[in-house]
Design a protein around this ligand. Structure first.
Ligand code: GLN
Length: 186
């Protein structure tokens, strides 16, 4: 099994360290020719969703990746990666829009922009959650299911092959969210 990690910007290296710890083969997806390498799943990291969206379009990665996601390839979006997958995002156009979730960006305001908490995630258990200028999911619809909430805000969801977290599991020691994602690939 090989996982491609989108590496245009943001916290992609940390996902690589997680996959190293789980002994999973991975590579950094940076340009169109990287699409020729075989891969079974994709990680969209945290960072700045507007910048990533723009680069995806400019580099010609947007349409081919969107196609693969729609064809059922497992994808895991953290934070900005979650925003990229959401169908409804305020003030943003360049996102894949493949998942039936509505998202509010930079949703916690300046004071609460970054925080740490431990909460339950369905199918995973009680886990550390680090939020950095995080979005939250205002609503899920269609086949999207809620996997975790923090203070009544939805922070993790799944729709078939698509998994998203508003927090950054790659920034904590706990590998269980990545293990959950790897189960989706098998
Ligand atoms: N606020 C960022 C955005 O809108 C997401 C923050 C993050 O990925 N840590 O893209």
């Amino acid at each position: 099994m090989t996982v491609a990690i989108l590496a245009l910007q943001g916290a992609f290296a940390e996902h690589g360290y997680m996959l190293d710890r789980l002994s999973v083969d991975h590579f950094e997806l940076r340009q169109k020719k990287d699409l020729e390498r075989p891969f079974d799943a994709l990680i969209l990291p945290g960072g700045e969703s507007t910048v990533m969206g723009k680069l995806l379009l400019e580099l010609g990665l947007f349409a081919p990746l969107r196609e693969r996601i729609l064809s059922g390839m497992p994808v895991f979006g953290t934070c900005a990666g979650l925003i990229l997958l959401a169908k409804n995002v305020e003030h943003d156009k360049s996102h894949f829009a493949t998942m039936d979730i509505s998202v509010k960006r930079n949703a916690y305001g300046r004071q609460l922009g970054s925080f740490y908490i431990e909460e339950e995630m369905q199918g995973v258990g009680r886990i550390p959650m680090t939020f950095i200028r995080a979005p939250y999911i205002e609503a899920v619809s269609g086949n999207a299911e809620i996997l975790a909430t923090v203070n009544k805000k939805i922070v993790a969801a799944r729709e078939g092959n698509q998994l998203v977290t508003a927090f950054h599991p790659e920034l904590n020691d706990d590998t269980r969210v990545h293990e959950y994602f790897l189960q989706m690939i098998k």
